[in-house]
Design a protein around this ligand. Structure first.
Ligand SMILES: Cc1cc2nc3c(=O)[nH]c(=O)nc-3n(C[C@H](O)[C@H](O)[C@H](O)COP(=O)(O)OP(=O)(O)OC[C@H]3O[C@@H](n4cnc5c(N)ncnc54)[C@H](O)[C@@H]3O)c2cc1C
Length: 379
């Protein structure tokens, strides 16, 4: 296609924005992003959050290589303001099942041999060793083992979405936002069967927008526009909770590495702007499956803030805080929410042309809860 033909991107989340940016940088001049939310960062995006882990340890070298490229790109001036290389501790607690402990040992053996990670890896065999890298921890860390990885950290995801959105707008990328004008309700096709071709999208206000290429980057909602995606992608939710800190407490925890206790959950250095200390429990999460087996987020149950997470997730987080920062153990959790992402059965991203559309539709989905870190290179 010629670089001046119209391209429509559905979804202004992490992958949609990155794709818009990279297409523009490659010389495409007519790019429009449609987003349901009134503003970006979109409150519907899985990345509408104060932080996401950026790390490159993967079992598959394909993802390790991609994530290492992404970490490098997080250090570019455009993305750098949102990246914090605090280091990353991966651990299991004393009550973790044997499977979790074994998988941690396998991960440690693998990163210890990897030429890029090895110089920054330190095995942690008891509480005192953890405290060398996270001196702020005062809890007992009963039976904790793990490792520290220097080449990792987190990115402020909502700020990154906002910053890249503004940058895209200055490059001439068009944005159509809001429930009526910004929500794509269907892809418009001409022709039948294998001759079918997508000619653009229709929005909730009834307007049709022509496109030579339509890129669906609608995260957990992929199957609502492309029902075939329901076979590959499951909308799944994970819980998020926060503890409100004082300015002094927030300063005290500055520089804390991301700490991921695989059988309990993970947390980050607090956000200095809001003084929120974010925690996520680890587990299988929850789906919202209809009669034909497709899981989509229940639109009536996401923002305004729900202030709810399942009780079992709250129990895990209480245990995590008691083991690490007992002085916070009885603090109320605030801004509790369940957040939706696009999961696949093998955790692989699902990025491809939609079959039988003559390459007129590209699907970017299946982030599987580990796609934000790729934002600088995804497009
Ligand atoms: C709790 C939680 C923790 C996570 N932690 C990490 C982490 O530590 N590290 C990491 O790398 N990743 C993490 N992720 C995953 C990361 O957030 C996602 O991989 C990333 O946001 C995927 O980007 P996306 O663009 O595919 O989807 P999203 O960012 O969800 O964006 C999709 C956008 O499409 C819009 N949209 C949907 N349908 C339509 C429509 N019909 N018309 C117009 N707009 C539409 C939505 O409003 C939304 O803004 C986490 C996810 C969750 C939920």
């Amino acid at each position: 296609m010629s670089k001046s033909e119209p391209i429509v991107i559905v979804g202004g989340g992490a992958w949609g924005l990155s794709t818009a940016l990279h297409l523009r940088q490659s010389g495409y001049t007519d790019i429009t992003v449609f987003e349901t939310a009134d503003s970006i960062p979109s409150r519907y995006s899985a990345a509408y959050d104060i932080n996401k882990i950026v790390r490159a340890e993967y079992e598959e070298s394909f993802y390790t290589d991609l994530a290492l490229q992404a970490i490098q790109a997080w250090k570019d001036p455009l993305f750098g303001p949102y990246y914090h290389e605090t280091g990353y501790i991966v651990a299991t607690s004393g009550s973790a099942p044997a499977k979790a402990k074994n998988s941690l040992e396998t991960a440690l053996a693998s990163v210890s041999k990897h030429p890029v990670f090895a110089p920054g890896i330190e095995a942690l065999e008891n509480g005192d060793e953890f405290k060398k890298y996270a001196w702020q921890i005062t809890g007992p860390l009963k039976g904790f083992t793990g490792y520290f990885n220097r080449l990792a950290g987190y990115a402020h995801s909502a700020n990154a979405l906002h910053g890249i959105f503004l940058h895209c707008a200055t490059l001439g990328i068009k944005f159509v936002l809001g429930k009526s004008a910004g929500t794509v309700t269907e892809l418009v096709y001409e022709g039948q069967g294998s001759a079918r071709r997508c000619t653009g999208v229709r929005t909730a206000d009834g307007k049709t927008h022509a496109a030579a290429k339509t890129i669906v980057a609608s995260g957990a909602w992929s199957a609502s526009l492309v029902p075939e995606m329901g076979r590959f992608v499951t909308a799944r939710s994970w819980s998020v909770a926060h503890i409100q800190l004082t300015e002094q407490e927030c300063d005290y925890l500055r520089g804390l590495p991301v700490i991921n206790v695989r059988d309990l959950g993970f947390f980050f250095e607090p956000d200095p702007a809001t003084r929120l200390f974010k925690l996520c429990p680890l587990g299988a999460g929850f789906t919202n499956t209809d009669k034909i087996g497709t899981s989509l987020p229940p639109m009536d149950r996401i923002p305004p803030p729900q202030d709810f997470i399942p009780a079992e997730d709250e129990i895990k987080l209480r245990k995590l805080v008691a083991e690490t920062f007992p002085w916070m153990a009885d603090r109320p959790f605030v801004d509790k929410k369940i957040c939706w992402f696009a999961d696949t059965s093998d955790s692989e991203y699902c990025i491809d042309f939609l079959p039988d559309t003559n390459n007129s539709v590209v699907i970017l989905s299946g982030d599987s809860g580990h796609g934000f870190k790729m934002m600088p290179i995804f497009g």
